[in-house]
Design a protein around this ligand. Sequence first.
Ligand code: ADP
Ligand code: ADP
Length: 226
Amino acid sequence: NSKIYVKDVNKTYHSIKGDVVAMQNVSINVLENEFISIVGPSGCGKSTLLRMIGGLDEATSGRIVIKDRDIIGPGADRGMVFQAYTLFPWMTVSDNIKYGLKLKKMPVEEQEKIVDKYLKIIKLEKFKNSYPKELSGGMKQRVAIARALANSPDVLLMDEPFSALDPQTKADMQLLMRQIWQVEKPTVIFVTHDIEEAVFLSTKIFVMTSRPGTIKKEVPVFLPYE
Ligand code: ADP
Ligand code: ADP
């Protein structure tokens, strides 16, 4: 009943300076509603792994399967949130969140319902018609999370989403993320170099070795708040 699996994935980057083996024989198994963190030293391949699951980069060998299908490129079944807020600057908060729903040609009233639901969750109801440049870093990241979740993705992929934020905002965002997971139970794969953050948020932590990275350990986390 695994929702996502990565099986024996290898990745080598070819460049004019030579080949870089970014990861070797990486396998992970993710169940529905799990909050997985991937931790490991800088350069071990965490971002590469997440980009490959997101379909933004191609594995050199191995398989990446989501709900019994091998992934081919990016798709709406995977929501992505990166360290740098990737909102569309020319769209309001509401239009940013709606983006994927419009592409799916969802009826407008339904789109509005979903936007309002997520604006409430991220506590930005008052900023519905604001533009990204009017928001702080933490607020932009909340919109990015709402936009990713609005599509009801099979998995939410997050790459160091809070590491550019100041400590207080980061702590607030971690708390919000934990609340979101407790209520909505999205399946999440979260990349971080911050072990405390991983312990706070995850149900399971995968520890990668230094480059070429591979999975060294799989640590279940006891969640005292459940
Ligand atoms: P992490 O996210 O764990 O810091 P990355 O996935 O960013 O690690 O990188 C893993 C390794 O692959 C590093 O040695 C990095 O320099 C290398 N790498 C990443 N992207 C590229 C690329 N586009 N071309 C060449 N090497 C890359
Ligand atoms: P992070 O450490 O936040 O995971 P990096 O700073 O390693 O990310 O990489 C940022 C971007 O630069 C990525 O798109 C990655 O593919 C690219 N990159 C990383 N290392 C290299 C490299 N050695 N050669 C070319 N591109 C790289």
